[in-house]
Design a protein around this ligand. Sequence first.
Ligand SMILES: Nc1nc2c(c(=O)[nH]1)N[C@@H](CN(C=O)c1ccc(C(=O)N[C@@H](CCC(=O)O)C(=O)O)cc1)CN2
Length: 281
Amino acid sequence: MTEQTLILDGARVAQDIKDGLVSRVKRLSEQGITPCLATILVGDDPASATYVRMKGNACRRLGMESLKITLDAGTTTEELIREIQKLNADPNVHGILLQHPVPHQIDERAAFDAIAIEKDVDGVTTLGFAQNAFGFAAYPSCTPAAIIAILDYYRIPVEGKHAVVVGRSPILGKPVSLMLLNRNATVTICHSRTKGLGDIVSQAEIVVAAVGKPKFIQGDWIQDGAVILDAGYNEGNVGDVDYEACLEKASAITPVPAGVGPVTIAMLLKHTVDAAEKQLG
Ligand SMILES: Nc1nc2c(c(=O)[nH]1)N[C@@H](CN(C=O)c1ccc(C(=O)N[C@@H](CCC(=O)O)C(=O)O)cc1)CN2
């Protein structure tokens, strides 16, 4: 690229979202409601523990409540669902987050689907996914919502653009593809069995990297002027994009850290405040 690549500053977007929540949290507290996010961590994966802690801290900094449920690594699906049902029934809890991944013996889909739709602020239920796919009001998954929020903040047009999403996970690749489609992008979804991945990515005007493999997206796959959103959160704070190589080609790119990650957490807070406000009617 001859022109300077725009670094899409996730910390700035996240701050803007959180600034917008301050007066809403204050208004709720004047009515006796403190928005409360319940987080559930099963097992002791250190990265997951960090993310849950970050979410709790972000809640508290904004005057929201965070109820942390920690369950041991041997928890069964039934035990986990019972905990979720208790939180569903608790009127003081407005949002429920089950940290992914859960230990292998747990049926994660069944656990996600036990979350009441009105408390699914993390957008992980099958019903929430379907409602979003149809463009109905439901909380979208937070990372896809963060990607859209970054595009909106920087007024990056989506309509009519060719977006290539690399990854098809239920809380990232699939929902972000549908959200881009609902914004009238032409969307190609790539995955581990895709043939000629580099050729397909090289046709993209917008690239969403959601593979979970460090530095997977190569610089020579990128079309000059493409916009790159890196949703990777690999060990050592490394994204799914070979950042230095892709920076050369892109017109705009999210870094890791301080790109999509902080906006993901800001969206979770926003959805929890939305959910608390719905309690007021
Ligand atoms: N139930 C969910 N589980 C998981 C989700 C999710 O959205 N819902 N996403 C990921 C991980 N994740 C949140 O849970 C997450 C990862 C990283 C960040 C982040 O802000 N990272 C920072 C750097 C981290 C640091 O400073 O230590 C950054 O990118 O700047 C936020 C959220 C998997 N599980």
